[in-house]
Design a binder for this molecule. Structure first.
Ligand SMILES: Nc1ncnc2c1ncn2[C@@H]1O[C@H](COP(=O)(O)OP(=O)(O)OP(=O)(O)O)[C@@H](O)[C@H]1O
Length: 254
């Protein structure tokens, strides 16, 4: 019995400890990969190396003193700089505990696909958000709440009618309903994405802070792109889009 206890204390607890830490780091890296946070972390790493060199290697007292003061305030600085990433981590933990996002019925998926095809072939701009595990109520409230059944006709009348008040912005879809239209999404600040306009930037921006699948139809080219978890995938075919919507984006992570 004591032997088992010893093995547990020595190996199993430590292995569990390392596994949990590795998992936490892995999730954090997944969330911040490709975002501004990666550059900020590199900057912080640079200041850390500078501190060690100034303090312990070349003994530059004044510089070491200032850098030490910086590290005292680091917790507050991190909380401010990484506020959106910290929010993401907790939102995703909460979403994972709560369960998986609602899947849209086949007939409605087909309605969305047909609408996207028509928007694409007629070069009509469109922005369609499919909500996943993380709730989008705060974004829905920036537009007009509809709670209408999904239909190809409704999607087309929203985006195709340029004089209609709801054609600007995004529609949000959740669980067989178009919950809202004319919604404003957060713009991405990703500096690597230079070629896209604001519609694509808004899609990418929402994908950086939520796990939604965001479909963009370009008004300029008619191309269909999908933003999901920090990435914008261009020229997505109808068959691929079907898989993506049916699996709430899981298909992209395989
Ligand atoms: N923050 C936002 N949230 C939701 N929709 C937005 C946002 N910003 C812009 N849009 C939508 O994008 C439209 C402007 O698209 P713009 O031409 O700038 O983008 P684009 O990415 O180049 O797209 P396109 O290829 O269709 O021209 C706006 O009319 C509006 O409908």
């Amino acid at each position: 019995m004591q032997m088992l206890r010893h093995i547990y204390d020595l190996y199993i607890v430590n292995a569990l400890d390392i596994l949990i830490l590795a998992f936490i780091f892995y999730r954090i890296i997944l969330i911040i990969k490709g975002t501004r946070a990666t550059q900020i972390l590199l900057g912080i790493l640079f200041v850390l190396i500078l501190t060690v060199i100034a303090r312990d290697v070349v003994h530059l007292r004044a510089l070491a003193w200032i850098l030490n003061k910086f590290w005292l305030a680091a917790v507050i600085i991190f909380a401010v700089v990484f506020q959106s990433e910290i929010r993401n981590v907790f939102a995703q933990i909460g979403a994972n505990i709560w369960g998986s996002g609602a899947r849209i019925k086949d007939e409605y998926v087909n309605d969305i696909l047909e609408a996207v095809e028509i928007l694409s072939s007629t070069k009509t701009g469109g922005l369609i958000v499919v909500e996943n595990e993380i709730g989008l109520k705060s974004y829905a409230e920036t537009g007009v709440i509809l709670n209408a059944n999904i239909s190809k006709e409704l999607i087309l009348s929203i985006f195709k009618n340029k004089s209609a008040p709801l054609h600007d912005g995004a529609i949000i879809i959740y669980n067989d309903k178009i919950t809202a239209a004319g919604c404003v999404l957060p713009l991405s600040h990703n500096t690597n994405v230079k070629i896209y306009g604001t519609r694509h930037r808004a899609a990418l921006g929402l994908s950086e802070v939520t796990d939604a699948v965001i479909v963009v139809v370009s008004e300029e080219t008619g191309n269909v792109s999908v933003a999901y978890k920090n990435k914008l995938h261009s020229n997505v075919s109808s068959a691929k889009l079907k898989e993506i919507i049916e699996t709430n984006g899981e298909d992209f992570t395989k």
